[in-house]
Design a protein around this ligand. Structure first.
Ligand SMILES: [Cu+2]
Length: 175
């Protein structure tokens, strides 16, 4: 039996803890793509097939920071982007409701005591005249593993609209 070089032993003995970083890079594809895409566009007029998303998740003690960068999407728009509970699917509703740190016992959650940007991870990605934009959100909590599985982009207008019908794109991210 080969012995591990002594220098590698500490690595071999590291406990399997959640990585502090997760990076997801994907091109938006139609939900009907032969290979199930990691990022789906439901509205190619706003999020064209082949446009790009880059998500970075940084976990530190009791804190989570998420950055969403879009390129090649509609110019001069604001796309609300949120952490949702489910995976992206052929139907926009597949991604489920917003992830909440303190879960509202009444779902769908409309109570502002729960449905707010401290209890949910929310940001708004504003795109420039080239259709590129970046936004970051930080929350003072850690996601429960396996319970937040996507970032959903919403159409953003008209203001206030928020339901499966206004979901324009989705990217699988294990938050
Ligand atoms: Cu949302």
């Amino acid at each position: 039996m080969a012995l591990l070089p002594a220098a590698l032993l500490p690595l071999a003995l590291l406990p399997s803890v959640a990585s502090p970083w997760t990076v997801v890079e994907a091109d938006f594809d139609p939900a009907s793509a032969f290979v199930p895409p990691a990022a789906i566009s439901y509205a190619p007029d706003l999020v064209p097939y082949g446009s790009h998303v880059h998500v970075t998740v940084l976990r530190s003690e009791g804190r989570t920071t998420v950055e969403v960068e879009l390129t090649g999407v509609a110019a001069g728009r604001t796309f609300p982007a949120h952490a949702h509970t489910g995976r992206c699917g052929a139907e926009a509703a597949a991604s489920g409701p917003h992830y909440q740190d303190q879960v509202d016992p009444v779902q769908p959650s409309t109570d502002p005591a729960y449905a707010n940007d401290r209890n949910e991870l929310r940001m708004a990605v504003r795109t420039d005249d080239q259709g590129a934009g970046t936004a970051t959100a930080e929350v003072p909590w850690s996601f429960r593993p396996g319970e937040a599985r996507s970032i959903v982009l919403h159409a953003g207008t008209p203001a206030g609209a928020h339901g499966p019908a206004d979901r324009v794109a989705c990217v699988d991210v294990d938050l």
